[in-house]
Design a protein around this ligand. Structure first.
Ligand code: PEP
Ligand code: MG
Length: 585
């Protein structure tokens, strides 16, 4: 038996056998074919190559229009590589002579091409390796989509172990098959962790050197609450965790009973508790956990989960369904936040050295106006069916917000001219998640209908700590006075301008942080649905005045530890009650 400590990503306990997922080796892709399949595999290969080639040509045109000719030239290089006989020839040979399936043959031919490029003592060719990776991903993505290999084909009841999982992969996981997730890479607010919480799959991230310790079939326990993984557990530990699972279930039932009660402090201060969703189906669990609406719908997963860009009708249908399920309560639809770690092979993204500081979210939408307009049309049309609010992500200042609103206005005018119904009074808000936006909150407040503070990014950018990097996770401190002061500033400014302020980052769903945010004066909190009942129960046990005083003290403290200690002292029993007992097992 061995205990490994990582970062808590999604609470709950999973006991089961491991499935090691190593996409670097494309272990799920290899399949030996029979001679009769050769022609079919060759066809699949050529279809995938042709389709990627078409995509690259379209991207080249778009990039040339949007960014400029010099940036578009890179796609000529990609096209050349794609058509190169040094790639296509060996791939075909692996299929016809070695009876490999198209994915594996292509992957192997690519490895050889990489080696050749690496061996060339010339910077130009060595730098082209990044281009190779990008093409490889595109082609393999196509082949996999056609054949649906990959994570959607996992065996049942496994604990998925991987070096890293892209958000797009995690979005495809099925919680009937996957009992738990453990990764080497990641932080508590990485998008994979957020998705795991949404899917209610217990998860621990950030355990280094994990992959070579485990093999498919090994027994493990994933303890999401403590951020711990136990390899090869002994009988006593198994017994303990089975009991713990039962205690956990009973505790969760107790919380759910509180779902009809208002989120109100002992002295009558009411806050609104809403749900964050990534996938439309999650709206049901948000309702079940008592959410008073959806405070954040991360629409990019509609793009990531599909093999193609969702057209207006697909988006309209998804937004309408959600609006109908949520009305009369609000549904806050956040426009596309692709980029960063949420890359889509469907978009013309150039390789970036710092993707989180790069072409992401509203920047990408404003740089791809056709895409943006389609999304806004779909949202506006759906606004006729429910209480929809629109929110722009990663806005850095007033000029950018005005630009986004100008596009929205154009789309509204088009709809009006067509006679298409939409809600002309639909609120338009800004996410405050870039420090510059927090600093100029007074300017934004004059033109926004609401603020929603995205603490995941606000913390990342304020403290210069990559939210997905386990090596610096210890520095990701939601209670850092710089963060707390920015949040307080945004709340105060919002209230001076009579606009509501909400938090939709992960801080909102943390029982202690949520109380701190209430003490700072927040109007609503939007969180992963499963966190709602516990947060509500905590709120109902404390007077607002106590929270206010504790929050005022917190902004002047040294950091997270001091703030937590202070809250524990002030609120005493309340926390020990709600925490799972820290028994060493
Ligand atoms: C945030 O940054 O806090 C947020 C809610 O947005 P996301 O986690 O999707 O970046
Ligand atoms: Mg964000």
């Amino acid at each position: 038996m061995e205990r490994l400590n990582g970062i808590q990503a999604s609470e709950g306990i999973a006991i089961g056998s491991v499935f090691v997922y190593d996409p670097g080796e494309y272990s799920l892709d290899y399949r030996r074919i029979v001679p009769g399949d050769v022609a079919g595999e060759l066809d699949r290969l050529h279809e995938a190559l042709a389709s990627v080639s078409e995509e690259l040509k379209a991207i080249r045109v778009q990039v040339e229009e949007n960014i400029g000719k010099e940036h578009a030239q890179i796609f000529d290089v990609h096209l050349m590589i794609l058509e190169d006989s040094a790639l296509v020839g060996p791939t075909e040979a692996f299929i016809t002579d070695k009876f490999m399936n198209a994915e594996h043959a292509f992957w192997l031919a690519f490895r050889k091409l990489h080696e050749q490029f690496d061996a060339i003592q010339n910077d130009f060719f060595r730098q082209r390796n990044a281009d190779l990776v990008s093409i490889e991903k595109r082609v393999l993505g196509k082949l996999r989509n056609q054949e649906d290999t990959g994570l959607s084909q996992l065996p049942h009841d496994v604990v998925l172990v991987a070096r890293d999982l892209a958000p797009a992969d995690t979005a495809l996981l099925d919680n009937d098959r996957v009992l738990g997730i453990v990764t080497e890479v990641g932080g508590a607010t990485s998008h994979t962790a957020i998705l795991a919480r949404g899917l209610e799959i217990p998860a621990v991230v950030g355990i280094s050197a994990l992959m070579h310790r485990l093999e498919t079939g090994d027994q493990v326990i994933v303890d999401g609450r403590r951020g711990r993984v136990i390899l090869d557990p002994d009988e006593a530990t198994l017994v303990y965790y089975r009991q713990e699972t039962e205690r956990y279930r009973q505790r969760a039932e107790g919380f759910v009973e509180a779902r009809e009660l208002p989120a109100e402090t002992m002295d009558g201060v009411r806050v609104s508790l809403q749900g964050n969703i990534e996938l439309p189906a999650e709206v049901e669990s948000a309702r079940a956990y008592g959410a008073e609406g959806i405070g954040l719908y991360r629409t990019e997963y509609l793009y990531l989960a599909q093999g193609r860009l969702p057209d207006e009708e697909t988006q309209y249908a998804a937004y309408t369904r959600l609006a109908e399920r949520t009305t009369p309560q609000p549904l806050v639809i956040r426009t596309l936040d692709l980029g960063g770690d949420k890359l889509s092979h469907l978009l013309p993204t150039l390789p970036e050295t710092n993707p989180f500081l790069g072409w992401r979210a509203i920047r990408l939408s404003l740089g791809s106006l056709d895409l943006f307009r389609v999304q806004l049309r779909a949202i506006l049309r759906a606004s006729a069916q429910g209480n929809i609010k629109i929110m722009f992500p990663l806005v850095s200042g007033i000029a950018e917000f005005r630009q986004a609103k100008a596009v929205l206005k154009e789309v509204q005018e088009d709809l009006r001219a067509e006679g298409t119904a939409f809600d002309g009074q639909c609120d338009v808000g800004v996410m405050i998640e870039v420090p510059s936006a927090a600093v100029v909150a007074d300017q934004l407040a004059q033109e926004a209908d609401f603020f929603s503070i995205g603490t995941n990014d606000l913390i990342q950018y304020t403290l210069a700590v990559d939210r997905g990097n386990e090596q610096v996770a210890y520095l990701f401190d939601p209670y850092h006075p710089a963060v707390l002061r920015l949040i307080k500033h945004v709340i105060d400014v919002g209230h001076e301008h009579q606009i509501p302020v909400s938090v939709c980052g992960e801080m909102a769903g943390d029982p202690i942080a949520s109380l701190l945010l209430i003490g700072l004066g927040i109007d609503s909190l939007s969180m992963t649905p499963r966190a709602l009942p516990e947060v509500k129960q905590m709120i109902r046990k404390v007077p607002f005045e106590t929270l206010k005083q504790a929050a005022i003290a917190a902004v002047n403290m040294d950091g997270g530890e001091a703030v937590l200690a202070h809250f524990q002292e002030v609120l005493g029993e309340l926390f020990t009650d709600s925490m799972v007992e820290e028994v060493e097992v």
